[in-house]
Design a protein around this ligand. Structure first.
Ligand SMILES: Cc1ncc(COP(=O)(O)O)c(C=O)c1O
Length: 431
């Protein structure tokens, strides 16, 4: 253990388990540790480094702005903030023409939930099983996984979780007490599960018909990750509220909430934050948008993502249950635990991350090249091959689909996850 590891362990809460490595430098798709070892980074700061680590355009924009004006309260106008509002509303799906700025994904979701309650005068929020929306109390109440929720209950009342990609479950749940339905277009933390376009459009229509707001959480899928600037553009969705964060400012902390004109009458001073929309962050976000466009990174995500998935599928590895993904958010569902695979990859110079216990997830910078993907896939092949004997297989495919069918039937009606429900049983099994 290095001095840095000891220092950090001694001085931190130790809530998140750490990998046995000290990362000290990043550039583009690469990271380096304190011993000088180089890695291809398929974690990308958990989906924040879409334009690559330490992009010179962001570094320069931040340095220039930091010498001019770092902070400017939201109660004043500011040149950089005005430019970002214009740029983001121009880039966003049609109708999302007003912007609220904050500092993270959970804050973006928190704002969306508060806006929806005020704008509709209704209390209820419907979210999806396996959905992830953050860890502050409001966002956590929309998050499904009992592992994150249980230690902090009771959560905010009025939240219900229904099966994802099941329009009839949604149809039965949205009523005149529903302020908002919040969904991801791709469930990232929930295992890289791709939303069906017809389902998402149906939910949007149901919201419109029944007076609820349609909130799309693109904290993980925004800014080119899926091969469109925003994933909702694949399906021509028109959300009332779009939540963004992670990649918005080239890796610096930022969150953004884009709103349609259905989000109105938010009382003056009823919501806000100190740092959101600071000039330095706005300068970084403006540079990030420019880089995404100038370097064609959204197209690259689409093309390289297709190639990456093709190559993973061609492995035909016996321990792989399924390869899922769109653009450069890719999940490989394994028949056993993902932890030894992550460790093996890291030892061989590839960083990847989990999505749950059995899904290997790749969120590389969108500038990743074919050659780098070849190197990553060859490393995955070598690691899976070396672990084939030892990977503890959870259950075989037929056991799993029987169980899923039983669960699907049980879950057809909305499950209020504020009390123990079938969802919690499955999560415990997955542990
Ligand atoms: C879809 C989604 N929403 C919200 C969040 C919370 O974002 P943050 O960690 O910035 O609070 C995440 C984080 O992974 C996410 O993936």
């Amino acid at each position: 253990m290095t001095d840095y590891q000891e220092m950090e362990d001694r001085g931190s809460m130790g809530i998140l388990p750490k990998r046995d490595v000290v990362i000290v430098r990043g550039r583009g798709t690469r990271l380096w540790d304190s011993d000088g070892k180089e890695y291809i980074d398929c974690i990308g700061g958990i989906g924040t480094a879409n334009i690559g680590h330490c992009h010179p355009a962001v570094a320069e924009a931040v340095a220039r702005q930091a010498q001019r004006l770092v902070i400017c309260p939201d109660t004043f106008y500011n040149d950089r903030r005005a430019e970002l509002a214009a740029a983001l509303t121009r880039a966003a799906p049609q109708g999302l023409d007003r912007l609220f700025l904050c500092n993270s994904g959970t804050e973006a979701v928190e704002a969306a939930l508060k806006f929806a309650r005020v704008a509709t005068g209704r209390p209820g929020v419907i979210a999806a099983q396996r959905g992830f929306h953050g860890r502050t109390f409001g966002a956590l109440s929309a998050t499904w996984n009992p592992k994150y929720r249980a230690p902090f209950e009771p959560l905010v009342p009025g939240f219900t979780h229904v099966k994802y990609n099941d329009a009839s479950a949604m149809e039965e749940s949205i009523d005149d007490g529903t302020a908002a339905v919040i969904l991801e277009v791709v469930q990232g933390e929930g295992g890289v599960r791709i939303g069906d376009g017809e389902y998402l459009r149906r939910v949007e229509t149901l919201c419109r018909e029944r007076g609820a707001l349609f909130v799309v959480d693109e904290v993980q899928t925004g800014f080119g990750r899926t091969g469109a600037l925003f994933a909702c553009q694949h399906h021509d969705l028109r959300p009332d509220i779009l939540c963004l964060a992670k990649a918005v400012a080239g890796g610096l902390p930022a969150g953004a909430v884009l709103c349609a004109d259905t989000v109105r009458d938010i009382p003056a001073m009823s919501h806000g934050n100190t740092f959101g929309g600071s000039p330095v962050i706005c300068a970084a976000a403006l540079a990030t948008l420019r880089v995404l466009e100038e370097e064609g990174l959204v197209d690259n995500a689409r093309e390289q993502g297709a190639y990456f998935r093709e190559r993973l599928l061609a492995l035909h590895a016996p321990v792989v249950r399924e390869v899922r993904g769109i653009g450069l958010i890719i999940g490989v569902e394994l028949k056993g635990r993902v932890t030894p695979v992550l460790r093996g990859l890291m030892e061989r110079g590839v960083m990847a991350l989990p999505a749950g216990n059995t899904v290997l997830r790749f969120l590389p910078p969108l500038s990743i090249t074919r050659e780098e993907i070849d190197q990553v896939v060859e490393t995955v092949d070598a690691v899976l091959g070396s672990l084939e004997e030892s990977l503890p297989v959870h259950r075989n495919r037929s056991d799993r689909s029987d169980q899923t069918d039983r669960k699907d039937r049980a879950d057809r009606n909305a499950v209020n996850t504020n009390s123990a429900g079938p969802g919690q049983v499955e999560a415990r099994e997955a542990e």
